[in-house]
Design a protein around this ligand. Sequence first.
Ligand SMILES: CCCCCCCCCCCCCCCCCCCCCCCC(=O)SCCNC(=O)CCNC(=O)[C@H](O)C(C)(C)COP(=O)(O)OP(=O)(O)OC[C@H]1O[C@@H](n2cnc3c(N)ncnc32)[C@H](O)[C@@H]1OP(=O)(O)O
Ligand SMILES: NC(=O)C1=CN([C@@H]2O[C@H](COP(=O)(O)OP(=O)(O)OC[C@H]3O[C@@H](n4cnc5c(N)ncnc54)[C@H](OP(=O)(O)O)[C@@H]3O)[C@@H](O)[C@H]2O)C=CC1
Length: 515
Amino acid sequence: MSTIAAFYGGKSILITGATGFLGKVLMEKLFRTSPDLKVIYILVRPKAGQTLQQGVFQILDSKLFEKVKEVCPNVHEKIRAIYADLNQNDFAISKEDMQELLSCTNIIFHCAATVRFDDTLRHAVQLNVTATRQLLLMASQMPKLEAFIHISTAYSNCNLKHIDEVIYPCPVEPKKIIDSLEWLDDAIIDEITPKLIRDWPNIYTYTKALGEMVVQQESRNLNIAIIRPSIVGATWQEPFPGWVDNINGPNGIIIATGKGFLRAIKATPMAVADVIPVDTVVNLMLAVGWYTAVHRPKSTLVYHITSGNMNPCNWHKMGVQVLATFEKIPFERPFRRPNANFTSNSFTSQYWNAVSHRAPAIIYDCYLRLTGRKPRMTKLMNRLLRTVSMLEYFINRSWEWSTYNTEMLMSELSPEDQRVFNFDVRQLNWLEYIENYVLGVKKYLLKEDMAGIPKAKQRLKRLRNIHYLFNTALFLIAWRLLIARSQMARNVWFFIVSFCYKFLSYFRASSTLKV
Ligand SMILES: CCCCCCCCCCCCCCCCCCCCCCCC(=O)SCCNC(=O)CCNC(=O)[C@H](O)C(C)(C)COP(=O)(O)OP(=O)(O)OC[C@H]1O[C@@H](n2cnc3c(N)ncnc32)[C@H](O)[C@@H]1OP(=O)(O)O
Ligand SMILES: NC(=O)C1=CN([C@@H]2O[C@H](COP(=O)(O)OP(=O)(O)OC[C@H]3O[C@@H](n4cnc5c(N)ncnc54)[C@H](OP(=O)(O)O)[C@@H]3O)[C@@H](O)[C@H]2O)C=CC1
C-alpha cells in the first residue's frame, strides 16, 4: 500500500486553479490513488452562461477523468466547487463557504495564477502576489491545516544562470509594490513596469518571484513548501500519455508548425529544452504535500522539478522528433507542408520571417480577396510571430537548476511510493514522449480523428508537389531573366550544357564498346 495515497485518505483538500492544466491533472491523480479522500474544495470563478455544477460536470466528463470514474464512482459528490474570484477581497467567497473552508481544510495546493507573459502589472500582481498573501492569511486561520503547497515556476529567477532551491530576495519589497499599485494609475504603471521588472523577461516571471517572497514573509508557523516546475508539457504516463488541454508553452508552437504556418524559429538548437511532463509535476506535488505535513521541515523547502540536469534534451532533438512525427501522423488541412528549422541568427530569422511567413500570408490573402473572401492570414501570422517572439527568451538560453531537495524526497519514499508517485525524470524516453505529445496535441487539443490520417497524408503529398512545381517555376523564371540580361550567365549556361552533352556522349560511347 502506498503511504502517500493512504495519507490523503479522509482528507479535505483545497485546490486553487483546479480548472487549469495542472489543477485538473492533480485532481485526477488524487481521486484515482486516494478514492477515500473526504472532499476536494475547488475555488472556481464564475463563468458566463455556466453554473458551478455544469463547470464541474464538464471537467469530470472529459477523457482525462475516465479512469477516475471506474475507481471512484461517486467522484461528483467529492468535489465541492466554491464560487471565488481571487482578484476580489476575501476572494468574494460567501461567509458560509469561508467558514467551511477555514474549519475543514487539511491541505492546500495553490496553483491559480495568470500565466500570460503580457498581462498588466496590476492584474498579475493581484493574482500572483496579493492573492497568494490573502490565501496565506486564510491558511493561518485553519486549525486543521497540515500543509500549504505553493506552485511557482523554475523561471521565477530566470535572471540568474544557476538557480538553487532557495527563495531569492527581490529588488523591491512585494508589499511596497502592492501598496503603490493601489494609488498609481494605469498609465504610470505601464511607464514604470520596465524599470521594476529589470532583467526579468516578462511580468509573469517577475510576479511569480514576488509571490515566492510573499510566501516566505507570510509563512508564520505554517508548514509550507514551494514547487518550481520548468516548462510543463503533456502527460508522460498517467492517466494516459499525451494529454494536453491548452496552447501554452510548446503546444501552440507544435500546432503552428504542424499546420505549416511556422517554418523557422529563432532558437538555439543546443540549448536545453527543459520540458517536464505534467504528471511528473503532480506526482512531486503529492509527495511534497505528504512530506511537508508528516515530516514538518523546519523551514520552507523549495523543490525544483526540471529535466535538464537529470535527463537533458535540446531543442534540436525535440524539433527533429516533432517533424518526424508529423510525417507519420500529420495534422489535418495544413496551410503548407510542415517543415521548419531553428536559426540562432537574427538576420536569418528576419529573412525567414519575410520569405517563409509574411510573403505566403500576403499571397494567400490576395487569393482570398480574389475569390471574394475576407483576408485573414496576414493578421494571424502577425499574432503568431508576436507570440513566438515572446517565447524566444526561453528557447535561446539554458539554465542550471539544482535538485537536492527533490532528490532527497525521492530517497525518502518507499519503493511503492516511488512507483505510484514517480517523479524520476531519468526514466523518460524523450523520443517516445515527444511522439505521444504530438499525438496528444492532435487528439485532445485539435480534436482530430485518427481515421483522417490517410486523407491528411494525401494532402501532404499534394502540397509537396505544389511546392516542387512552384520552386521549379520560380527557378526557371529567375534563370530566364538572368540569361536575358547577363553575358556571364549565358556563358555559364552554355558551359553546363556542353559539359552535360560531352559527358553523355562519352557515357554512350563507352557502353557501346562494352557490348
Ligand atoms: C531541426 C529543427 C526543426 C525545428 C522544428 C520545430 C518544431 C517545433 C518543436 C517544438 C518547439 C517548441 C518551442 C517551445 C516554446 C517554449 C516556450 C517556453 C515557455 C516557457 C514558459 C515558462 C514556464 C511557465 O512558467 S509559464 C506557463 C506558460 N505560459 C505560457 O506559455 C503563456 C504564453 N502565452 C501568452 O502569454 C499569450 O498567449 C501571448 C502573449 C503569447 C499572446 O497573447 P494574445 O493576446 O496575442 O492572444 P492569445 O489569445 O493568447 O493568442 C493569440 C494567438 O496566438 C496563438 N498562441 C497563443 N499561445 C501560443 C503559443 N504558445 N504558441 C503558438 N501560438 C500561440 C493563439 O492560438 C492565438 O492565435 P489566433 O489564431 O490568433 O487566435
Ligand atoms: N504551464 C506551465 O508551463 C507552467 C505552470 N506553472 C505554474 O503552475 C500553475 C498552474 O499553471 P497552469 O495550470 O498551466 O495554468 P492555467 O492557466 O491552465 O490555469 C490557471 C488557473 O488559475 C485560475 N484562475 C485564474 N485567475 C483566477 C481568478 N481570478 N480567480 C480564481 N481562479 C483563477 C484559472 O481559472 P479559469 O479556469 O477560470 O481561468 C485556472 O484554473 C501556475 O501557478 C503556474 O505559474 C509553472 C511552470 C510552468
